[in-house]
Design a protein around this ligand. Structure first.
Ligand SMILES: NC(=O)c1ccc[n+]([C@@H]2O[C@H](COP(=O)([O-])OP(=O)(O)OC[C@H]3O[C@@H](n4cnc5c(N)ncnc54)[C@H](OP(=O)(O)O)[C@@H]3O)[C@@H](O)[C@H]2O)c1
Length: 174
């Protein structure tokens, strides 16, 4: 499984249930990585998408504890158990966690690769992910040249689970 996220320098990822910045090159990067794949998100992130609908050209899996929740074009799962039952149907390399904070923080440890668009700015977030640089199970394996858009400079970083992380991840059973 993989995770894809845009974070500011404080690991902030959102404000008022929306994104922190409008970065067309990052949106393109997100599309290129996720189209044709399986995306996993929380109910609040789904509701922040255009029309509150699943993303086109992707299999959308949405977590909500509400048994009555439905959304067009989405598979709804109601617990971690149901989520893993559903995810077992797919190739883990094709699965991407796409937010929000509750999903990233709970499940990133299940990911082999973390695609992080790191914005060199403090964007006054109210939703955060953990500081991946402080997680000894992951190491930075690539970093793009900086890109500047709408006054924000950002880089595309890729982290991979290291050997110790892989050993620990085996106890996660996925
Ligand atoms: N920067 C980025 O790349 C990026 C990407 C995506 C989102 N975001 C941002 O992240 C923020 C939203 O994050 P968030 O943490 O508030 O919301 P979220 O993770 O999108 O959704 C939270 C909801 O997911 C459901 N959920 C989570 N864990 C569950 C579990 N174990 N079992 C059943 N349901 C579960 C619950 O829905 P119910 O309440 O229906 O039970 C919960 O209220 C927004 O600001 C958004 O813009 C940023």
């Amino acid at each position: 499984m993989n995770m894809i996220v845009a974070a500011d320098r404080n690991w902030g990822i959102g404000r008022n249930n929306g994104l922190l910045a409008d970065l067309p090159t990052d949106m393109k990067y997100f599309r290129e990585h996720t189209q044709g794949k399986i995306v996993v998100m929380g109910r609040k992130t789904l509701e922040s998408l255009p029309g509150g609908k699943g993303l086109p050209k992707r299999t959308n899996i949405v977590l909500s504890a509400n048994p009555d929740f439905e959304a067009e074009g989405c598979i709804i799962v109601h617990s971690e158990y149901e989520l893993f039952d559903e995810l077992a149907k797919y190739d883990p390399d094709n699965i991407f966690l796409i937010g929000g904070a509750s999903i990233y923080n709970r499940f990133y440890k299940y990911c082999r690769r973390l695609f992080i668009t790191k914005m060199d700015a403090d964007l006054n977030a109210d939703a955060f992910i953990v500081n991946i640089d402080e997680d000894e199970d992951y190491r930075l394996i690539s970093e793009s040249e900086p890109v500047t858009e709408n006054g924000i400079t950002f880089r595309f970083l890729v982290y991979a689970r290291n050997f110790e992380g892989m050993i620990r991840a085996r106890t996660l059973n996925f």
